[in-house]
Design a binder for this molecule. Sequence first.
Ligand code: ASP
Length: 328
Amino acid sequence: MPLTRRHFQKLLGSVITIPLIKSCRASEEKPQEDTHIITNKNNIVLSTWNNQRANLTAMGVLDTDNSDLLTAIEKGINTVEADPNDMSVGYGGRPDRDGNVTLDACIMDKNGEAGSVTYLQNYMHPISVARKVLESTPHVILSGSGAAKFASEQGYESVDLLTDKSKAEYAEWLKKAEYSPKVNIERHDTIGMIARNGIGEMSGGCSTSGLAYKMAGRVGDSPIIGAGLYVDGEYGCATATGLGELVLENCTTFLIVELLRHGYDVQSACEEAIKRIIKKNNTKDIQVGVIAMDIKGNTGAYSIQKGFNYVKSEGKNTTLNEANSYYR
Ligand code: ASP
């Protein structure tokens, strides 16, 4: 049997890792009993953009077994990956400027362990492959042809991800071949999903075909831990959508969760992370949106521009909400 990351960590942890981590924490951090008082016993799922079907699918999994957060995330995101009408994710996603659909995705579990694929071609469900990376390999990220080889070995079927619609749009785009990421139109529709169960465990996932007509080889924020997604089982989780380069340069979701650790409430953490991007960049025509949740189930959302919406499901309720934005 191959040595997976989890076997490796178990082996190492029993010898040195756990005592080392414990001794650092004891000296550097105050005890956090307060953060762990769980009063909200509902399952909660948040997704970027109007991904209601994904949310309902994830909630359905949690209603059956609320400990199975990874399956909730995977199955929820799978619905969007398989939808040819969502042109920013999976099947039907807009190609790069060479006409190839290249997919990025990552997933993180309640312990902060992660799996990711970048620049994956011809597989409809990158989030499922990312989960396999998490669960069956000693690595965090597999990329390009290596990720595709792994997907094939795991039994996933290779498919053409272009649709008649995406081919026709691409042919039209080629006439001018101008590259201009646009605010809030479908070119930003990445699904980032974060979920928490009634005992305060959290997980998240993110899946995208990236920016339409990007350069061949470009990888965005969505599959990068701490950029497109971050989960810290002690404090909270966050996911991002929008112009990935700015999210990457600012470690946006890591920052949000780190701010939670330092006592920010979840809405203020989202706002501070977006303002950090605005301070460093000309964001007049650029969109980045974030959603986040703390360990207690409080949620936040914020974006640079108007028009960023997200779906929140809690208990029996699912609502589409517009986030507050910096520019109004
Ligand atoms: N963040 C994604 C990327 O840059 C795009 C998006 O959110 O639509 O690849």
